[in-house]
Write a protein that binds this ligand. Structure first.
Ligand SMILES: [Fe+2]
Length: 385
């Protein structure tokens, strides 16, 4: 039975109490939940308001009267029936569904699924066998679950074939194409449009800040790595932002309040966005970090009097990004793939000497929405109608 089937019940309401805008349901286990009448009508599962096949709302939310009340509430063995004050058809709910969807909860500790990490994560980097992930949906879903939590995981034992990284993306979801390359070859180029295609060191950064929605996931596949140096570095932006909130909340506020232009372009393509470098979710956790110093355009959108404070704030953030205890160093070997949450985790690399051999990585982007959807279907949390 799926989560979407409501014809079962294990919870029981024992009484209801009407108030002006809401009702209180007292549960057999001693708990109580409050539900607004407008919310109940909006979420009514009756067939005239909700399509049982698609599990989608048919009724229009804006048609619910603002002064909606109940004329009668009847509690059954495993259900609750409400007669409405506006004369519309009754609503009927299974008690278990209401209890599972109760929203009258006091704020507890942060519900963030993020596991924040620093340099110590190098020794416990979440790792999965590539062949297992490609062959077994349950293992692949477990991998996605780990990725959602950690934002950086490793796959081992992948073939070093050309475009294997694209086969990986297609197996789980889709490649997120960008203007430059569907499958990027990261190696020294004779005509680079970005520092990534040179042998220079790359300061910590996130990719594709020039997009209003930068690709969410980087999949980074090591095909050859014969050079000295060139180790990759990773920093958990979620941890850095949490640190900045404690150490310098004014700096964090400035970096979330003012747009900055980011631009990445080549001869064929041009991406330009205007957003704050740090975007937070409603809980105050990091939602999207844009941090790529060479793509930041001359400041034009920060108020004149704020510009010195903006530079102070950027320095404060950079100090945490560059702190050794926040930095995980990992030298990829051929056959490794790394999944990197590009909205959260910064990456960079040491310089290398390409006179000694070849360093060749391939990379595609994906969207976390698609990976999470894959996981939910495999784990039975969605996709059943
Ligand atoms: Fe990059």
């Amino acid at each position: 039975m799926s989560k979407h089937d409501f014809n079962f019940a294990t919870d029981k309401a024992v009484s209801a109490e009407s108030h002006d805008e809401y009702l209180s349901l007292y549960w057999q286990d001693g708990g109580v939940s409050r539900f607004h009448y407008q919310w109940l009508r909006d979420n009514c599962r009756s067939v005239e308001r909700f399509d049982p096949a698609t599990q989608e709302r048919k009724a229009l939310t804006e048609t619910i009267p603002g002064d909606l009340r109940s004329n009668a509430i009847r509690i059954g063995e495993d259900d609750i029936r409400i007669t409405w004050s506006d004369g519309a058809a009754d609503s009927h709910f299974y008690a278990t569904w209401l209890k599972n969807n109760a929203y009258d909860v006091t704020a507890g500790p942060s519900q963030s699924r993020q596991h924040q990490w620093g340099s110590e994560y190098a020794s416990s980097l979440q790792s999965f066998g590539y062949k297992d992930v490609m062959a077994d949906d349950v293992i692949a879903a477990t991998m996605v679950d780990a990725f959602e939590k950690w934002g950086l995981i490793r796959l081992t034992g992948a073939p070093t074939d050309d475009r294997e990284v694209e086969r990986f993306a297609d197996r789980l979801a889709y490649v997120r194409e960008i203007a430059f390359d569907r499958v990027a070859n990261i190696k020294v180029s004779v005509d680079p449009y970005t520092l990534g295609f040179t042998n220079s060191s790359l300061p910590m950064h996130t990719d594709c800040s020039g997009y209003s929605w930068p690709p969410n996931v980087m999949v980074f596949h090591c095909i050859q790595n014969e050079v000295a140096g060139g180790a990759s570095q990773y920093v958990d932006g979620a941890k850095v932002i949490a640190q900045l909130r404690k150490s310098n909340p004014d700096a964090l506020r400035i970096l979330t309040e003012h747009d900055v232009e980011f631009r990445l372009w080549s001869k064929q393509a041009d991406t330009l966005s205007q957003y704050p470098p740090v975007m937070l979710d409603q809980a105050g956790d990091l939602a999207l970090l844009r941090y790529a110093n060479w793509t930041v355009q001359p400041l034009k959108t920060v108020p004149f009097d704020t510009v010195p404070r903006w530079y102070d704030a950027w320095r404060a953030l950079a100090e945490l990004v560059n702190a050794p205890e926040n930095r995980l160093s990992h030298r990829c070997e051929p056959g490794e793939m790394l999944l990197i949450n590009n909205h959260r985790v910064l990456h960079g690399r040491d310089a290398f000497d390409d006179g000694e051999g070849i360093r060749h990585f391939q990379q595609v982007y994906m969207e976390l929405d698609d990976l999470s959807g894959f996981r939910r279907i495999v784990q039975g949390e969605g996709g059943v109608k």
